[in-house]
Design a protein around this ligand. Structure first.
Ligand SMILES: NC(=O)C1=CN([C@@H]2O[C@H](COP(=O)(O)OP(=O)(O)OC[C@H]3O[C@@H](n4cnc5c(N)ncnc54)[C@H](OP(=O)(O)O)[C@@H]3O)[C@@H](O)[C@H]2O)C=CC1
Ligand SMILES: CC(=O)[C@](C)(O)C(=O)O
Length: 327
């Protein structure tokens, strides 16, 4: 698969264009700030509330979703996925005239039919493969995070160029951008977040921490081992791959990785991962999530409340507050 970089993108295709970022949350704020820093004309479409206040504090012009969509050439929807459908139908579709571009950072609402755009608009995706905060941090540091672009509809004949220009404005082409389909991005993003990232790695860290403290080890020690050092190991893999990590860790650690690892995470977990991917690709997961969201997300709210603050977070907060960082 070809990896696209800065030289493959031309910000000039966005000259004279206004981009309405709809939503100013994790992605909305990060992407709007990066796009403005890259010289693009950005307005924020947002309802009254804390996000609107934050956007205005950051110096953006804020409009209602409808007014922003009316004004913009490119409407970049960065609302919670479960809100895309209702907000699009009521506040965007009525002003979505021919020649505009509808843009997303995740394909959920298009792939699972929450949004059915008219045929006379471009439909693209520019998806940073990163949480918003990290994306902005790396952009400001002069680098960027990788991303995916996709084109669903292209009556203008310029959809890919516009998607690549937005990716460049967000620093994604500094790290690398892949072109894929809406389905590929949607399915792999849902799979990754549920099986490797938020569901997967996080559980391992929590179980490891709990095992140590239940065996009487001090929480601080468990935090250093299972949370703090986990990030440093992942950083090593990020910088130089598993080979680099293995070259840096001790022979003892490496032997333990081979001896104990496959017992702790039995390779049969891949069978469950395949079933998880099947549920995602079949639309079963999406239907379950939309049903939950339309009912006011009672399970999500109950889980959030029950989760409370994990002991690892409590000790982590204290440890981080004591970091003696060089000024
Ligand atoms: N989070 C991430 O790291 C990533 C997210 N994405 C995608 O980016 C998109 C946005 O996700 P994310 O940034 O996490 O979302 P957040 O939940 O962080 O932010 C949502 C924003 O939408 C606003 N909003 C919610 N409901 C409405 C409404 N009815 N009318 C107007 N504004 C509303 C919120 O404002 P208010 O303060 O008023 O609630 C908030 O500003 C999603 O499609 C997601 O899949 C893609 C890659 C990574
Ligand atoms: C950060 C990211 O890309 C996620 C985990 O998929 C998301 O928050 O949607």
């Amino acid at each position: 698969m070809e990896i696209l970089h800065d030289g493959d993108a031309d910000l000039g295709v966005l000259n004279g264009k206004t981009i309405a970022v709809i939503g100013y949350g994790a992605q909305g704020r990060a992407q709007a700030l990066c796009m403005r820093d890259s010289g693009l004309s950005v307005v924020i479409g947002i309802r009254p509330g804390k996000s609107k206040d934050a956007a205005e504090e950051d110096g953006f012009e804020t409009l209602s979703v409808t007014d922003a969509a009316k004004r913009a050439d490119i409407i970049h929807i960065l609302l919670p996925d479960e809100m895309h459908g209702p907000v699009y139908d009521k506040e965007i579709a009525p002003v979505l005239t021919a020649g505009k571009t509808l843009s997303f950072s995740h394909g959920f609402s298009i792939v699972f039919g929450e949004i059915k755009p008219p045929k006379d608009v471009d439909v693209i995706m520019v998806a940073p493969k990163s949480p918003g905060t990290e994306e902005r941090k790396r952009f400001v540091e002069g680098f960027g995070v990788p991303g995916l672009i996709a084109v669903r509809q292209n009556p203008s004949g310029k959809a890919k160029e516009v998607a690549l220009a937005i990716a460049k404005a967000e620093g994604l082409t500094r790290a690398g951008v892949l072109e894929c389909s809406f389905e590929q991005e949607t399915y792999e993003d849902l799979f990754g977040e549920q099986n490797v990232l938020c569901g997967g790695m996080v559980d391992l860290m929590k179980y490891g921490f709990e095992t140590l403290i239940e065996a009487g080890y001090p929480p601080e020690m468990a935090y250093f081992e299972c949370i703090h050092e986990a990030k440093l190991i992942v950083d090593l893999i990020y910088e130089g791959g598993i080979q680099k990590m293995n070259a840096v860790i001790s022979n003892t650690a490496e032997w333990g990785e081979y001896d104990n690892g496959p017992w702790i995470i039995d390779p049969s977990v891949k069978e469950r991962m395949k079933e998880s991917l099947r549920r995602i690709e079949s639309g079963e997961f999406a239907a379950k999530w939309i049903k939950e969201a339309r009912n006011g997300a009672p399970t999500l709210k109950a889980k959030r409340a029950a989760l409370g603050e994990h002991p690892a977070e409590i000790v982590g907060k204290r440890i981080r507050s004591l970091f003696q960082k060089k000024n």
